[in-house]
Design a protein. Structure first.
Length: 281
């Protein structure tokens, strides 16, 4: 059951991505890439009862464009986060290698209550996959986080100026409401689960009672003459439990990157159409 669900999720995201690439000629897209470094705290009771702390490198990609040229109220959003790090226990006698990948797609409705302020409310569907390897566990050194989630999402954006320099300030909050996750049975190896088929009680539906997470993103886009530079701070918290095991991750990362706003007008003739709308306004 869970394999079919995951396969269907991946196929849906791939076909949606293909559909986005075949958008209308006048579609506009705002894309951002950031790279950052920060700290992570990790608890995985399948590997150890201790909290591990270490450093983490993180890369983020974000893309947004209106779903129709006839409206400036609904946007399609794509996100991709990749992170890698090394954590150590308090006594520094063992380390856990951590790497994670999280693609997502969302839809937001845009409100403009006052000039220069825009509020976006919607939902994001994502897939989260993390690998954790402990260097001291001989029998069960590996643990994985695997889940797919439907998240509530809120974004506040304010267009500001520092002197003559335009600055776009943005805060985004994403929080999972429901989903499905994989959690192993304590003491049972991944060989027994995936090779011998001992998968009983490893797939769980998630709600706010057993899966609490908050992804916070603070960004500032500095619009220069030829470039748009993004400075970002990400603070993500994830806590879930099942099979009498508790898992918790908290990371804080400072990032810097670039924003590209791309549009093609009238098949390359550089004529701005009357129905053109800037996704950043």
């Amino acid at each position: 059951m869970w394999r079919g669900y995951l396969l269907g999720s991946i196929l849906f995201m791939m076909t949606s991505w293909q559909g986005m690439s075949q958008d209308t000629p006048n579609a506009t897209t705002s894309s951002a890439w950031t790279l950052g470094y920060g700290q992570i705290h990790l608890l995985d009771e399948y590997l150890s009862p201790l909290v591990y702390t270490g450093s983490i490198f993180r890369a983020d990609y974000q893309s947004m464009h209106y779903m129709s040229l006839q409206t400036t109220h609904v946007s399609l959003d794509w996100t991709l986060t990749a992170s890698i790090g090394m954590e150590h226990n308090p006594a520094a006698t063992n380390s856990i290698f951590y790497c994670a990948l999280q693609p997502g797609v969302g839809i937001h409705y845009h409100f403009r209550p006052v000039p220069h302020l825009k509020l976006l409310v919607g939902g994001v569907w994502d897939v989260f996959f993390a690998n954790k390897y402990s260097f001291s566990n001989g029998n069960n050194p590996y643990s994985a986080d695997l889940s797919t989630r439907l998240n509530a999402s809120v974004i506040a954006q304010y267009n500001w100026h520092i002197g003559k320099l335009p600055v776009v300030l943005r805060y985004a909050l994403t929080m999972p409401m429901v989903g499905v996750m994989f959690v192993p049975q304590y003491g049972e190896s991944y060989y027994e689960m995936f090779t011998l088929g001992h998968m009983q009680h490893t797939i769980h539906f998630t709600t706010l009672t057993n899966y609490l997470a908050m992804d916070n993103a603070f960004t500032a886009d500095f619009v220069l003459k030829r470039w748009t530079i993004r400075a970002a701070f990400y603070h993500d918290y994830d806590k879930h439990n099942a099979n009498s095991l508790h898992f918790e991750t908290m990371q804080s990362v400072f990032s810097i990157g670039a924003v590209v706003n791309f549009a093609v007008f009238d098949h390359g003739k550089r004529k701005v159409p009357s129905n053109y709308h800037d996704i950043n306004r």
